[in-house]
Design a protein around this ligand. Structure first.
Ligand SMILES: NC(=O)C1=CN([C@@H]2O[C@H](COP(=O)(O)OP(=O)(O)OC[C@H]3O[C@@H](n4cnc5c(N)ncnc54)[C@H](OP(=O)(O)O)[C@@H]3O)[C@@H](O)[C@H]2O)C=CC1
Ligand SMILES: Cc1cn([C@H]2C[C@H](O)[C@@H](COP(=O)(O)OP(=O)(O)O[C@H]3O[C@@H](C)C(=O)[C@@H](O)[C@H]3O)O2)c(=O)[nH]c1=O
Length: 286
């Protein structure tokens, strides 16, 4: 039976993969490694882990994802998101392991009128995005069998994310200002987990960069409005500008990604973000 190693297994995406793994256990053996079991920045541990387990596939769900904190923790962000990925990709190349690595829409500068394709110009606006871009490049250079999946605005019932932050704030505050001039595509991490396992299930032969998210684009404000509606919250939301909500890291104004390549190559059809959001809110509010 082929083995799938999942790094960063206790993060948001890692937990979504753990949730659906039983559906695939007739075909694959899963090895879930959290940051304690396997620190991807420790090259010797990564090497020992691969020697012990010899996975056929490695899903890298390990990452440094604190967008604002990264501005003052650049070394840490690059340590995990670039050096850590290089360690994984190099060992994957040695064992002929397919690496499925997850990246972000924050590799783009957001200054666009059309959706970004996989080969669009990258120009990250902050340290997090720059570290993720470095990770993509290192992974693709070190291991020819690498699939990089860029996704955006990830949320789920697990870990920390915008949807859970909003639900918490709705309980604490009668009124909130939410930026309405940043556009992107929210993505339920459960849908991403399904997409990744679908790619693995087809024994991937096409490598490189792919985009995956829910669709179509929206703003953080409209996203928050839907969260409030589905959660039946009485909170009052006010649309504000980016200038009215200053943050240490600059976010892209419009990071909407085109999704046709993953559909044409792997038959993965994106879900409307409102449907996927509703599923998540049902779980979080029941
Ligand atoms: N969250 C989002 O909105 C988006 C995320 N992405 C990308 O999707 C992927 C998954 O993100 P998500 O699940 O939300 O991230 P999380 O922050 O929820 O999870 C990341 C996991 O990585 C682990 N980790 C951190 N450092 C190391 C390390 N050195 N070795 C091993 N594990 C480590 C963390 O463990 P611990 O907590 O113990 O440190 C944590 O469990 C990431 O690549 C991210 O960049 C892309 C777009 C949007
Ligand atoms: C909490 C809050 C945020 N905002 C704004 C700030 C920001 O522009 C936007 C999103 O805020 P957050 O900080 O929650 O999201 P952020 O950490 O920027 O989310 C990003 O995470 C990384 C990991 C990714 O890869 C990206 O795809 C994206 O999902 O909402 C408000 O306007 N009002 C609020 O009350």
């Amino acid at each position: 039976m082929k083995k799938i190693l999942v790094t960063g297994a206790n993060g948001q995406l890692g937990q979504c993969i753990q949730k659906i793994a039983p559906d695939f256990e007739d075909r694959f053996e899963f090895i879930f490694a959290d940051s304690q079991a396997l620190d991807i920045t420790d090259a010797d541990s990564v090497s020992d882990y691969f020697y012990d387990h010899k996975p056929h596939f490695c899903i890298n769900a390990a990452a440094y994802t604190a967008v604002d904190l990264a501005e003052t923790e650049s070394e840490k962000a690059f340590g995990v998101n670039a050096e850590g990925i290089k360690n994984l990709a190099e060992i994957c190349a040695e064992y002929k392991t397919v690496l499925i690595h997850v990246s972000t829409d924050y590799v783009f500068n957001g200054d666009t009128q059309i959706s970004y394709s996989e080969d669009s110009f990258t120009d990250p606006q902050g340290v997090y995005g720059a570290s993720k871009l470095a990770g993509e490049e290192l992974a693709l250079a070190a291991n020819p069998k690498t699939v990089v999946i860029r996704t955006s605005w990830l949320y789920s019932e697990f870990s920390k994310n915008f949807v859970k932050t909003m639900l918490n704030l709705f309980r604490q505050r009668p009124e909130l200002g939410i930026v309405n001039d940043q556009f992107g595509q929210p993505t339920n991490a459960n849908d991403l987990a399904e997409a990744i396992l679908k790619i693995i299930g087809t024994e991937p032969k096409v490598y490189g960069v792919f985009h995956f998210s829910n669709y179509p684009e929206t703003t953080w404000f409209d996203f928050a409005e839907k969260i409030a509606e589905f959660a039946k919250s009485p909170v009052k939301l006010n649309p504000i500008t980016t200038e009215q909500f200053p943050t240490p890291a600059k976010r892209p104004v419009r990071s909407t990604m085109a999704l046709d390549k993953i559909e044409e190559t792997y038959g993965i059809e994106p879900e409307h973000w409102e449907n996927s959001l509703q599923d998540c809110i049902e779980i979080l509010t029941k």
